[in-house]
Design a protein. Structure first.
Length: 212
């Protein structure tokens, strides 16, 4: 029987579960149960069990999950057993901060290219990389075998950059530009909306919701 299709909402929670399990491992916890995972993840045990059930039958009833085995299992399902090759398009403040973020490597990602349109930035040495001209985007994607693109360009340029990335064969995009991208079926886009998340926090701080 074919495995059940994993719902998108479950996929969104899998990296959180993986982070909790890595945390458990650092605290020398060889086994965790669904209640402990739920407490760390901020959800409930029933949700944890349901989410993990989509990935197969593992764990021991009444005991829990072997932490190392579950880390390996989630890593396989998330495609993290090999480093994914990432290109950052846009080397402004955000792009430069992302390029220097050490957590990518810990999460199975490797930045292999950085591109920008500003002549003053092109040619700048960035660790072991060099900022390249966005005019060479297609050639860089092919040369570096890029799998995931991160867009950090201004909103006005984001759609044209996305179009070029898709035409170059990219099927996974993280978009930090404050604009909704139009992409064909088969291309996955994740929208990183920091300002929107801050507005949600502001909503919860409104006096009408904090009043007892």
């Amino acid at each position: 029987m074919a495995p059940a299709k994993v719902p998108p909402t479950t996929v969104q929670r899998l990296p959180l579960y993986l982070r909790c399990l890595v945390q458990a491992s650092t605290h020398h916890m060889p086994v965790v149960n669904s209640v402990q995972i739920a407490e760390m993840a901020g959800t409930n045990a029933a949700q944890v069990r349901k989410d993990l059930s989509y990935l197969g039958e593992f764990g021991t009833r009444g005991i829990g999950y072997d932490v190392d085995s579950l880390i390996a299992h989630l890593s396989r399902h998330l495609g993290l057993t090999e480093h994914r090759r990432v290109a950052i398009v846009g080397y402004g403040r955000l792009g430069s901060a992302l390029q220097g973020y050490q957590g990518f490597a810990e999460r199975g990602m490797r930045v292999v290219a950085v591109l920008d349109a500003d002549p003053a930035k092109i040619g700048i040495a960035v660790d072991a990389l060099t900022v390249e001209d966005i005019e060479s985007l297609e050639a860089v994607v092919a040369r570096e075998r890029v799998e995931i693109a991160v867009i950090t360009v201004p909103a006005a340029a984001a759609q044209s950059v996305a179009d070029r990335l898709v035409a170059a064969g990219i099927r996974a995009i993280m978009n930090f530009a404050p604009v909704a991208l139009r992409v064909p079926e088969g291309v996955e886009v994740r929208q990183a909306d920091v300002a929107g998340e801050l507005q949600i926090l502001s909503f919860h701080l409104h006096p009408e919701r904090t009043r007892v």
